[in-house]
Structures are given as structure tokens and as C-alpha cells.
Design a protein around this ligand. Sequence first.
Ligand SMILES: [Zn+2]
Ligand SMILES: [Zn+2]
Length: 264
Amino acid sequence: MKVAANTLKVTFLGTGTSQGVPPIGCTSEVCLSTNPKDKRLRCSVHIEVCGKSIVIDAGPDFRHQMIRAGINRIDALLFTHEHRDHTAGLDDIRPYNYLQEDHLDVYCTRHILNTFHKQYSYVFDEKTYPGIPLLRFHLIENKPFEIHGIPITPIEVMHFKLPVLGFRIGDFTYITDANYIDDHEWQKAAGSKHLVLNALRRETHISHFTLDEALVQANKIGAEHTWFTHMSHQIGLHDEVNAELPINMQLAYDGQVLEMPFNA
Ligand SMILES: [Zn+2]
Ligand SMILES: [Zn+2]
């Protein structure tokens, strides 16, 4: 899985909302669908660029996602926010400690780190026991930063009252769990070739864009391609919804790959 030096490759590891699709026990049309594109693990993407392997968010499906996508090395794990559907897999990074014989580099805000102290108190205990996840935290804020020389621009979006970071790397912009984006922040996504944006379902929600709201937001930027993620089963059948949507604004699916040129 070598990626050319001037290419940025994105793999959707999960495109589902917090309960995944199907949620346990659901017998809706979407949840009973046999189309693999209607099965959605919790939201995450893998980015390969400049020989580096970057993962955004580690939710409850993290282990399964890494095995399914064959990701045997992680150079950086970035977090958008601290909700469990994005962080519940943190304990499962341990194999990378063994494989890489090193702590794992984690990039998150001070606010997220404070939450990790509560969610994963044993990781930070003075008296550590063997086998806990070994993490090297890099604190970020809403300012450009670099990972191994790769420039990353955070984009702060609002998830009801919680600030969430999206990330732009080259011509790729990834935003999840937003229901409001300030125009100034949104300008940072201008000129993106591929934009990923969350769209939960058609009905309104307190902390997530609906499909219509996401379309309006995406149109403000007019990326060459927009891909929707963090979807509920209430969004409808993948193929049917995509047939109704503009060809350059489509629902993403688990396992989907995007490739685009990258100039560092
Ligand atoms: Zn979420
Ligand atoms: Zn959330």
C-alpha cells in the first residue's frame, strides 16, 4: 500500500453516526439492507501522505477498522473532539506500541486531553501497570501545525455548544460533528478538491447538520467533490440518496478511497 510521494490518499474507515449503522436490533429498511454501503462503522478516516500514516479519531470500532483496512503503522492519531464515538478505541492503540516499539503520537486540544484524564484515568496514573496504552500527546489549538513537516490547518466548527476541530491537509478537508461553521473558519476550506462534511439525516438535530444544511454549507465552498459522513440509518438507502444528490455531492461509504495530488 505504498502511495506516490505527490499523492494524498484518504480511506473512509467509518461513515456512521454514534450508534453505527445498523444500531443493535434495528429492523429499518436501511438496517436490513444487504448493500455493504448501507453498513457504517463509527466515523474515522485514514490519510496516507508523504510516507506517513495519519488516522483521525479512534472510536469504538477502531480495532476492527484498522484490521479491515490493513493499517499496521500509525505516525499520528488526531482527535476532532472527545465524544465517545470518536475516542472509545484509545485503549486499542496498544498493538502500535508493540509494532512500532514506541509511544503513539496523539494530537489533540487541551480540552480533549483533560477529558482523556477522566475517560482513561489509568493511562495517566502514577503507578502504571504493564500493558497500558503508551501515548505521546502533542497539544494543538486552532492554529496551523505540522506533523513530520506536513502542514495541517485546523478548522473550528461548533457541535451545539462544543467546539470541534476539522482538519485541512493539502486539498483535503475533513469536518465531522458540526451543526454550525463560522464564515471566517469556513474560508479555510476554500479551494479544497475533496471536502468531507457531516450530514446526519433529513430531520433536524440539535448538534449535527441535516443533509439539507450540509448541502447549503458545502455549496458555500464549492469543493470539486463533497462527501457526506457521520450518517444515521435515517438518512435512507445509500444508492437511492446518492441518485437524488448532485454528482459532486454524495454520501461516502465505508472503505471508499479518494486520491488527490499533494504538494508539500
Ligand atoms: Zn460523532
Ligand atoms: Zn460528537
